[in-house]
Design a protein around this ligand. Sequence first.
Ligand SMILES: [Fe+2]
Ligand SMILES: [Fe+2]
Length: 193
Amino acid sequence: MLHTKTSPIFRSSIFLRNYSSKKVTLDEIIRVDHAGELGADRIYAGQMAVLGSTSKGPLIQHMWEQEKGHRAKFEELIKRYRVRPTVMTPIWDVAGFMLGAGTALMGEKAAMACTVAVETVIVEHYNDQLRTLLEDPECNKELMEVITQFRNEEQEHHDTGIDHGAEQAPMYNLLSNVIKTGCKAAIAISKVI
Ligand SMILES: [Fe+2]
Ligand SMILES: [Fe+2]
């Protein structure tokens, strides 16, 4: 006799497989965003250390405050979802500050070029994540709302950088490409380790 019904054991193994692959995806999203927002916080801290008392200080401070909010949200989510942070956390802490301070030392426009490069990569990254999360919008509602809001704020940071002369920075294309490549590598690394 032909059995058309799926056995309970088989059904539960499908459920567990789907559940564990969703858990892996969510872990990866939260781990990498937690690392990214930590890095962003440190980049703006580095920029403020150099340019805080210049005319660009209030502008950078405003973006920094938003990054602190992003970081705090992912600190909350990483605890709530019990996700292991990337082992690279201490490295991104130092590297973020050095990138922010280093480009700021090259001048205000180079600092803005850094912002534009980083935020370009982050906006693309958040859009990729939103497409993934759309596979189950009901289950991923909260995370999608958080990422959508942050994506919009990162886009504002990008536009602010453009409006404040990023593209007139010395060696803009080289600087931009080096930073974008570094950010993409940091994202790839933070997803897995
Ligand atoms: Fe951010
Ligand atoms: Fe940002």
